[in-house]
Write a protein that binds this ligand. Structure first.
Ligand SMILES: *[C@@H]1O[C@H](CO)[C@@H](O)[C@H](O)[C@H]1NC(C)=O
Ligand SMILES: *[C@@H]1O[C@H](CO)[C@@H](O)[C@H](O)[C@H]1NC(C)=O
Ligand SMILES: *[C@@H]1O[C@H](CO)[C@@H](O)[C@H](O)[C@H]1NC(C)=O
Ligand SMILES: *[C@@H]1O[C@H](CO)[C@@H](O)[C@H](O)[C@H]1NC(C)=O
Ligand SMILES: *[C@@H]1O[C@H](CO)[C@@H](O)[C@H](O)[C@H]1NC(C)=O
Ligand SMILES: *[C@@H]1O[C@H](CO)[C@@H](O)[C@H](O)[C@H]1NC(C)=O
Length: 365
């Protein structure tokens, strides 16, 4: 009787200790909302993939990364990018590594394939050198999927795992800025009007997103291109926002939003969900974004002509928390934080469609 009781008590004590340890661990570490995050896109998301490529579009030098603990990494920001903030919000630690250098990193937590100057079309941005187009980024993801399949032992286990990940794609701006609106380098605007060109982009993008789905993506965030005509680089060329470029962007964005809607009805019953992030709504309606003091002057005083990047080693602005733009094209850490939070926890229904990232991750199994 006594020994029975003692055994029971010992068992109870062990159970409570285990529960307390578990509770402590989850409180201290915080379980991430998803185990993995895969990132595709252009310079807005690049975190070092362009560093070793022969291209003018890379920023592994000061003052980029001035506020980042390790200094310049290839991120087009003074500190973090939008996907970096999303990584933090979902609770993944450390930040997602670039595909170009996953050594010493756990690819099961995700990989970042984004490349500065890249577009939906393979030729986009190539007037500056080599970039990794969305098509090639998805080819690189195939490599990761194969490696994960090897690690988990079977296609079924790997697919089940990949279904649980978050995917983020932000691309398209360069297909206008560094293709269609650069008629001296690219024939696209000589051959196609804006509507037809945009239709072609969306058709190709649609095929690429479908490929991503076939590789296991089930929770996908796509980001619209926003008002590219109002980037400091475009304003400095024209004195005010380039209307034709903004028109192109809103055409692209509305077709992308329709694509998201189409995917959600097509893949329903399969628990796939796509969401669209309206960058224009965030930059024009979020009071925190509008509250930043310097809306259109870049933090870097001197920019490299034509490419609009900060001049190497030039001293940037001091009050970086008050600037929207780091250089002629890219946002500061402060603006990226606001954008990421608007996409993750949308305080205004126009920021995301049909739901924000937090709901995307908690609504599907
Ligand atoms: C930059 O981001 C890191 C997170 O990686 C953070 O710890 C640090 O405080 C940020 N620096 C500034 C100056 O905001
Ligand atoms: C997002 O909103 C949820 C629910 O209101 C909250 O618990 C969470 O802390 C918010 N996340 C961030 C990053 O602010
Ligand atoms: C690759 O990543 C490792 C570990 O994060 C880092 O120590 C190394 O400097 C990186 N190499 C390059 C070429 O970026
Ligand atoms: C664009 O080109 C397409 C195909 O040639 C044509 O059907 C359409 O009317 C044109 N749209 C505009 C606005 O010119
Ligand atoms: C340049 O700015 C003017 C207004 O100042 C605007 O009407 C025009 O559309 C802009 N140019 C382009 C290419 O958008
Ligand atoms: C994005 O938001 C802006 C501002 O609310 C709106 O005018 C535009 O129609 C939205 N675009 C899409 C594709 O939802």
């Amino acid at each position: 009787m006594w020994s029975e009781n003692r055994r029971y008590i010992r068992w109870l004590v062990q159970l409570l200790a285990a529960a307390a340890t578990y509770h402590l661990q989850t409180c201290v570490r915080g379980e991430p909302q998803v185990p993995c995050f895969f990132i595709f896109g252009d310079s807005l998301s690049d975190n070092g993939n362009n560093n070793l490529l022969p291209t003018a579009i890379k920023v592994n030098y000061f003052p980029y990364g001035i506020d980042f603990p390790g200094g310049a990494t290839g991120r087009f920001s003074n500190n973090l990018t939008v996907p970096d903030y999303i990584t933090k919000f979902v609770g993944i630690n450390p930040l997602i590594p670039p595909f170009a250098n996953t050594s010493g990193s756990d690819i099961l937590k995700g990989v970042n394939y984004a490349s500065g100057a890249a577009g939906i079309l393979p030729e986009t941005g190539t007037q500056y050198g080599v970039d990794i187009s969305l098509e090639s980024q998805i080819t690189n993801h195939r490599v990761t999927v194969a490696r994960i399949t090897g690690r988990l032992g079977s296609i079924e286990a790997a697919q089940q795992y990949l279904h649980s990940c978050l995917y983020y794609v932000n691309i398209g701006g360069n297909d206008y800025l560094n293709n269609y609106f650069k008629p001296q380098y690219y024939p696209s605007s000589h051959i196609l009007n804006l509507t037809t060109f945009t239709d072609v982009l969306i058709t190709i993008y649609s095929r690429q997103l479908r490929n991503l789905y076939e590789l296991g993506a089930r929770k996908v965030t796509v980001v619209g291109v926003g008002q590219i005509g109002c980037l400091p680089s475009q304003i400095s060329q024209n004195g005010s926002c380039a209307q034709e470029e903004n028109k192109a962007a809103s055409l692209f964005d509305s077709k992308l939003r329709s694509l998201v809607s189409q995917f959600n009805s097509q893949f329903s019953g399969d628990t796939a969900s796509f969401i669209f992030v309206n960058a224009t709504a965030i930059t024009t309606l979020n009071p925190h974004f509008l509250g930043l003091k310097f809306q259109r002057v870049p933090c870097c005083r001197k920019l490299v002509s034509f490419i609009g990047l900060c001049v190497k080693n030039d001293k940037p602005c001091e009050d970086r928390e008050e600037y929207v733009f780091m250089d002629g094209f890219h946002n500061t850490d402060a603006a990226n934080r606001i954008t990421a939070l608007s996409a993750y926890n949308a305080s205004n229904p126009s920021f995301t469609y049909p739901m924000d990232i937090n709901h995307l991750l908690s609504s599907s199994p």
